[in-house]
Design a protein around this ligand. Structure first.
Ligand code: FES
Ligand code: FES
Length: 163
């Protein structure tokens, strides 16, 4: 099978891989880099468990082909903190009671991470719409939404003051 070399910067470190055209970004992360925070749920872009941030946008890594990620900068849940402290978005999910089994949690964190980095004042409707795309079998949508609003509040405190 034809293989091509791709280079992807993952959590700040550039890494190169030989991939075929079917290889997904999720496979690179989980199988090649052992970054297992991004989960495979549906495998076809519908549940959000595999979400990571690529070039500043939340993407579903199960449907991003590795060849399309060549040259990209990717942040995974493992890259949002130093591993010893919680990110304010992670704190928000805990405080809102939005975590039970945790399978959906990394994807939700990464979606909020991308959205709130771009706009810490994101309107309610946009926030709700983004979170609506994440399936959770445990906690229900209400607590996840509450976490989203709390994360926005926390990130507003971290945002640079506008001139
Ligand atoms: S596993 Fe990627 S969206 Fe469901
Ligand atoms: S906390 Fe279990 S799937 Fe969301």
């Amino acid at each position: 099978m034809d293989e091509s070399k791709v280079t992807i910067t993952v959590n700040g470190t550039a890494r190169s891989f030989l991939v075929d055209k079917a290889t997904t970004l999720l496979e690179i992360l989980r199988d090649h880099l052992n970054l297992t925070g991004a989960k495979e749920g549906c495998g076809y872009g519908k549940c959000g468990t595999c979400t990571v941030v690529m070039n500043g946008e939340a993407v579903r890594s199960c449907i991003v082909k590795a060849v399309k990620a060549d040259g990209a900068s990717v942040t995974t849940i493992e890259g949002v903190t130093d591993g010893y402290t919680l990110h304010p978005i992670q704190e928000a999910l805990i405080e809102a009671g939005a975590i039970q089994c945790g399978f959906c949690t990394p994807g939700i964190v990464m979606t909020l991470h991308a959205l709130l980095a771009k706009n810490p004042d994101i309107p309610d409707g946009e926030l709700k719409q983004a979170l609506n795309g994440h399936l959770c079998r445990c906690t229900g949508y209400e607590s996840i939404l509450k976490a989203g609003f709390l994360a926005r509040e926390k990130m507003q405190k971290h945002a640079p003051v506008k001139a």
